[in-house]
Each structure stands twice: as C-alpha cells, then as structure tokens.
Design a binder for this molecule. Structure first.
Ligand SMILES: [Zn+2]
Length: 115
C-alpha cells in the first residue's frame, strides 16, 4: 500500500496502467486477496512515475522547490494531469482527457482507454 501518493502521480500512474480512477480497489485482487496482473502493473507504474518525477526534479505546481531554490519541472512532462479536453497520448486511443472532482481535487483520466 502507498499512503499519501500525490494526486498528480496518482493520475499519471493510473493512466499508464489504463485503469479508471473510478475502479474500486477491491476489483484489483482475486477473491483470495492475491493481486491481479492489473495491480502488479499499477504498482510498477507508480514506482516508474515517482522515479521519472525525481529524475525530472520534482513537481512544482504548488510548493515544491529544489534545494537550490529553483522550481521542479516534472509538470512539463505530464501525460494526463491538467490535460482536460486534449487528446489522449495512449497510442491508438484517440480519446479525450476528462476531469472529475473528488473531495476538492481534480482527477484527470481518459474514459476511452482507462477501464
Ligand atoms: Zn486514452
């Protein structure tokens, strides 16, 4: 389990995994509680998104500042976050990025390829 994963990274990891933010987490495990392939893929993508963000200097949409005072620039490489109305970048998808608000936070996703 990952607690407190930033909203941006949640959006990016779900998009990479082609999983809808509306999916109930219980549908990602078998009846005996074992992780399904989708959950393993999501876990890998969460790690990858975080690694990419660190490599890019962190996200600076709100308050992240690097030790030298410069702003992070991961926001320039978002695949789905803050892209409402734009074309999905999943190859061959052709869908349009949508936004929904959950407890005051915006979640961006592609209704076409995130199931
Ligand atoms: Zn898509």
């Amino acid at each position: 389990m990952i607690a407190g994963l930033g909203n941006i990274y949640v959006c990016e990891a779900l998009w990479r995994s082609h999983l809808s933010p509306k999916r109930a987490s219980g549908t990602l495990v078998t009846k005996t509680g074992r992780p399904k392939a989708e959950l393993l893929r999501l876990t890998e993508n969460i790690r990858a998104v975080i690694a990419d963000a660190i490599a890019a200097g962190g996200s600076s949409l709100k308050d992240h500042i690097q030790a030298d005072g410069s702003l992070g620039y991961f926001q320039h490489s978002f695949s789905v976050y803050d892209r409402e109305g734009k074309e999905c970048r999943t190859e061959g998808c052709g869908g349009t990025i949508a936004r929904m608000v959950q407890s005051g936070r915006s979640t961006f996703y592609c209704p076409s390829c995130q199931k």
